[in-house]
Write a protein that binds this ligand. Structure first.
Ligand code: ZN
Ligand code: CU
Length: 493
């Protein structure tokens, strides 16, 4: 070795070499190396391996290197605190989660009895943050393995302001109080507000109530996401209500987990998607979707009739019945459906109520984003919690050929980073944050199913968050480099 005359190569912390890079923009893959220094990508190019020395190297031969996936629809508000390894998400290659969806967030409500569906995050013992700032400080003090960008939930604002008296419109004084709470959340760094208008705590809220609050979100350049009022017979009206809120409040909107529920409404995604596509000419509207024909939330008697089949995901009085078929339980008890719901409640359920053709049409819709809607505290959860992203990549992209792999990755990274304003995330390029996933495109597939929902996917080999390896092979490394992400103002200010 000739020590004297070797000019020193530049150095980096981590070099990922010999992989096929899909950069998240939708552009074609290329055989490139990636150099990482600290939490950032510093160089992307051919044969960097020969020109840059690295403290640590990862050989990505035969693998795809992609931006870490952004799960745009989660209920991980509490999971980031109670299970900071975030294995259900990290094991899918997810490096950022948007929390606080469907009107449900862990702050500012602090009552003892969070009304369903707020109880999906836990009981009153978990609702202990009276401001979003407090919640975010707790997360920053004990960070999880991945990044999060929190929304504040409208139902949480309502329950804080109106107590149990939720089946009516908020009074002007109550709206003022909600605005003050929302203002606190947005100034603390929340990226926007979500609603769950289909649920009892928010169903009685008139459109005007949402427009008032969403107008404040607009002043902060935030985003509005919504579990719409009706995803069944009234699904098109609900799309129009959402677009109306977006236009009147001048706020970008995201339709959460878009679907058409109930056999009578199957096929109506043709109408809803056409309305959304038309609206895109005049306003910012996006949607997310999970790759299953079954939904999951709390067990409500009113929702049974639209489902072909219902599974119980958890039950406080009957924990032993998690995973069992609702109809079988009812028959064994020899009672009415209403009585069975009452005996099981509080409880959660999976509802088989969507059509595969609608699902495929929505998945293929331009720039449709992927959101798991996983429920991390259910004892027998919907498999979307562990399987969403690998299922899209394996089943729908590779096997069913709904779109190219580049397009699939784009919907999981570049698109959500743009829509949610997550600066420096979602694409692989110099100066971007080093959130990355290495996977085998031929092998990737979800292993979680309705019978065994808590199984990690196969085909994902490395996950890197802010430059740190959080998953190597099939193991969590113990690293917890997650950050709370803010929303970049669209005008760059
Ligand atoms: Zn929802
Ligand atoms: Cu949700």
């Amino acid at each position: 070795m000739n020590l004297k005359s070797t000019p020193r190569n530049p150095r980096c912390d981590l070099l990922i070499h010999s992989g096929d890079v899909i950069d998240g923009t939708g552009g074609p893959r290329a055989h490139l190396d990636i150099a990482i220094e600290g939490d950032r990508i510093v160089a992307v190019g051919e044969n960097l391996d020969e020109r840059i020395d690295a403290g640590n190297k990862i050989d990505a031969s035969g693998l795809i290197v992609a931006p870490g996936f952004i799960d745009v629809h989660t209920h991980d508000d509490r999971a980031v605190l109670s299970t900071p390894d975030m294995t259900p998400k990290i094991s899918q290659g997810v490096t950022t989660v948007i929390t606080g969806n469907c009107g449900v967030s862990l702050a500012p409500y602090t009552g003892n009895a969070p009304p369903p569906p707020m109880n999906l995050l836990g009981g009153g013992d978990w609702y202990r943050f009276s401001t979003m700032r407090e919640y975010m400080a707790a997360v920053a003090d004990a960070p999880p393995a991945l990044n999060l960008a929190p929304l504040v939930g409208h139902s949480a604002l309502r329950a804080t302001t109106m107590g149990d008296d939720l089946s009516r419109a908020a009074l002007p004084a109550e709206i003022e109080r909600m605005e003050a709470l929302l203002d606190e959340a947005l100034s603390a760094g929340c990226i926007g507000m979500s609603t769950g208008l289909a649920y009892p705590p928010a169903f009685a809220a008139p459109t005007d109530e949402i427009v008032s609050l969403a107008s404040l979100v607009a002043q902060y350049d935030g985003i509005y996401t919504t579990h719409m009022r009706d995803e069944g017979a009234g699904v098109l009206d609900s799309v129009h209500e959402t677009l109306d809120i977006g236009e009147r409040a001048q706020v970008p909107v995201v339709i959460s987990h878009h679907k058409c529920v109930g056999r009578k409404n199957w096929g109506r995604s043709r109408e809803t998607l056409a309305a959304i596509a038309r609206a895109r000419a005049r306003q910012r509207v996006d949607l997310d979707v999970y790759p299953y024909v079954a939904s999951s939330t709390v067990l409500f008697a009113d929702w049974l009739s639209k489902a072909e089949r219902v599974l119980v995901t958890w039950s406080t009085p009957h924990p032993e019945l998690g995973g069992r078929d609702f109809e079988e339980i009812r028959r064994s008890w020899d009672c009415s459906a209403e009585e069975a719901v009452e005996r099981l409640s509080p409880a959660g359920a999976i509802y088989f109520q969507m059509d595969e053709e609608d699902l495929r049409r929505i998945l293929k819709f331009q720039d449709a984003m992927i959101g798991s809607d996983g429920l991390p505290h259910d004892s027998h959860p919907h498999p979307r919690l562990w399987g969403t992203f690998p299922r899209v990549l394996g089943h729908y992209c590779r096997d069913s050929k709904l779109f190219t792999l580049e397009e699939a990755v784009h919907r999981m990274s570049g698109v959500p980073a743009r829509v949610f304003g997550l600066e420096g995330r979602g694409t692989i390029k110099p100066d971007a944050f080093a959130d990355l996933v290495l996977f085998d495109a031929d092998n990737i597939l979800d292993e979680a199913d309705f019978a065994s929902p808590e199984r990690p996917a196969r085909g994902i080999y490395q996950v890197i968050v802010n430059g740190e390896q959080v998953r190597r092979g099939y193991e969590w490394t113990g690293a917890r480099p997650g950050k709370i992400l803010k929303r970049k103002k669209p005008n760059g200010a």
